[in-house]
Design a protein around this ligand. Structure first.
Ligand code: AMO
Length: 435
């Protein structure tokens, strides 16, 4: 049976095994040929001493290009100098697929390539262990998120990606031609996850796609985003939502710390244990802290990325990488945001920041039909366009709230990635639709 490189050890000495993978490297040394094979778990050395190998097998290596895919059957031999302390002396080699030459990208990483070239040749790029490490970590964090939310009573749902109305405000939509009508790609599952709160399911989550036609072309923005979207009913206020976020983020960070040690080592990344509880900093207090360090942000403005970063430095000096900013002014938040019960210029909306960057935003929502209609109008939107959403609020809607956590931004900050595109297999940005 075929084995992965990490399933064989020096103590397998003498065993016959089958291995398979890509030709990572090929070296000749007098009458010896070394093939280094790369599989999902690491490297394997195949050693071919000309004298002891069937001539037909030895011949096969002559025109074998790097990155071809081969399968090898042979005997394991302990060898201290080989990767993992063993080599394989082959009885047979089968070439499963020959690689063309020259290579468009060097998967060994010895030859540097810029990000664009890497993304253009993403399949080759993903053959590098430091790139796959990111996606193994992503998978571990997502799987933990599902487990955490499942254990907290959330039901996973899937809502439409093709929608008829904007959920987050007017402009950033990708139009889609939908038979005789114009439709859009969903900016978020916002309206649907809220509608679910009227069904009695009470707690739902979705691993969602956000499609955003934002023109930015930065290291921090994507046009197709993955997110964990949650909504929960029967809350007292937004603090019940923040409790879930804290538990979720801690669980995701800890699973990576505990279960992805090898990947973190490959990425040369150390992740400190998250400190709880995450502090809650009111928007006004955030402005005051910024003013103390010479940065004036007028009330009613969202924090620029520069301001967020500065605040992140201040919070880090106080010992916090993870914290909430709460009580945002109502006017800068979407129509579905619940106004603060005491002071209407504020809202029950918050962001969660990680090292001075927003990775989550959420709020308590308006659950009263008439107030919701009023808020839609105040935002210059037309209630008629929200008919089916609003009807969910007419016949019994519990108080509720929720949030969206951007998975790529979370990974950028967790792993210190230099560009958000590193956290997506095939990023969609202002200029990229391929591959
Ligand atoms: P918001 O628009 O703040 O909120 O998005 C939530 C989170 O999604 C991520 N994100 C992005 N990541 C990369 N590139 C982008 N262009 C981008 N846009 C958003 C961020 C952000 O914090 N419906 C609300 C959530 C809610 O209240 O439930 C929403 O979409 O990490």
């Amino acid at each position: 049976m075929r084995k992965y490189s990490n399933e064989i050890t020096p103590s397998s000495d003498g065993e016959r095994v089958e291995v398979a993978g890509w030709v990572h490297d090929k070296r000749k040394l007098g009458g010896l040929v070394f093939l280094i094979i790369r599989d999902r778990t690491g490297l394997i050395q195949i050693t071919l001493p000309k004298k002891f190998i069937p001539p037909k097998v030895f011949e096969l290596t002559r025109n074998l290009s790097k990155e071809s895919v081969i399968s090898v059957v042979g005997k394991v031999q302990k060898e201290d100098k080989a990767p993992n302390g063993y080599e394989i002396i082959p009885d047979s080699i089968e070439i499963l697929s020959r690689s063309a030459t020259p290579l468009l990208l060097d998967p060994t990483g010895k030859v540097d390539a810029n990000l664009d070239t890497r993304l253009d040749n993403r399949v080759m790029d993903l053959r590098r262990s430091e790139i796959t490490a990111i996606f193994k970590i992503r998978a571990a964090a997502l799987s933990q998120a599902r487990e955490f939310l499942g254990n907290s009573g959330f039901i996973e749902v899937t809502t439409p990606s093709i929608i008829s109305t904007s959920s987050e405000g007017g402009t950033e939509l990708f139009p889609v031609s939908y038979f005789e009508e114009e439709a859009f790609l969903a900016q978020s599952p916002q309206l649907y996850k809220q509608m679910m709160m009227g069904t009695g399911l009470d707690r739902v989550f979705e691993t969602a796609k956000y499609f955003r036609a934002e023109e930015h072309d930065t290291i921090w923005h994507l046009n197709e985003v993955s997110a964990i979207d949650c909504e929960l009913a029967f809350i007292k206020d937004e603090r019940d939502v923040m409790k879930i976020i804290e538990g979720l983020v801690v669980a995701m960070i800890n699973v990576v710390r505990e279960k992805c040690k090898r990947e973190l080592e490959i990425l040369n990344c150390e992740i400190p244990e998250p400190k709880t509880p995450f502090p809650m900093l009111k928007y006004d207090d955030a402005l005051a802290k910024l003013e103390d360090c010479g940065m004036k942000v007028p009330f009613g403005e969202d924090l620029s990325s520069e301001a967020e970063k500065r605040l992140g430095e201040v919070m880090r000096e106080e010992g916090h990488d993870l914290y909430f900013i709460t009580k945002y002014p109502l006017e800068i938040k979407p129509f579905y945001t619940m106004p603060d019960a005491e002071e209407g210029i504020y809202s029950n909306a918050f962001d969660m920041e990680y090292k001075g960057r927003e990775i989550v935003s959420g709020s308590q929502r308006v659950h009263e039909h008439d107030l919701l209609v009023e808020r839609i109008k105040e935002k210059g939107l037309v209630p008629e366009n929200f008919k089916s959403y609003l009807s969910g609020f007419k016949f019994g809607m519990p108080p509720h709230g929720g949030f969206g956590l951007g998975i790529e931004r979370f990974l950028v900050l967790l792993l210190g990635l230099p560009n958000i595109r590193e956290a997506v297999l095939f990023p969609r940005d202002r200029k990229r639709l391929e591959p």
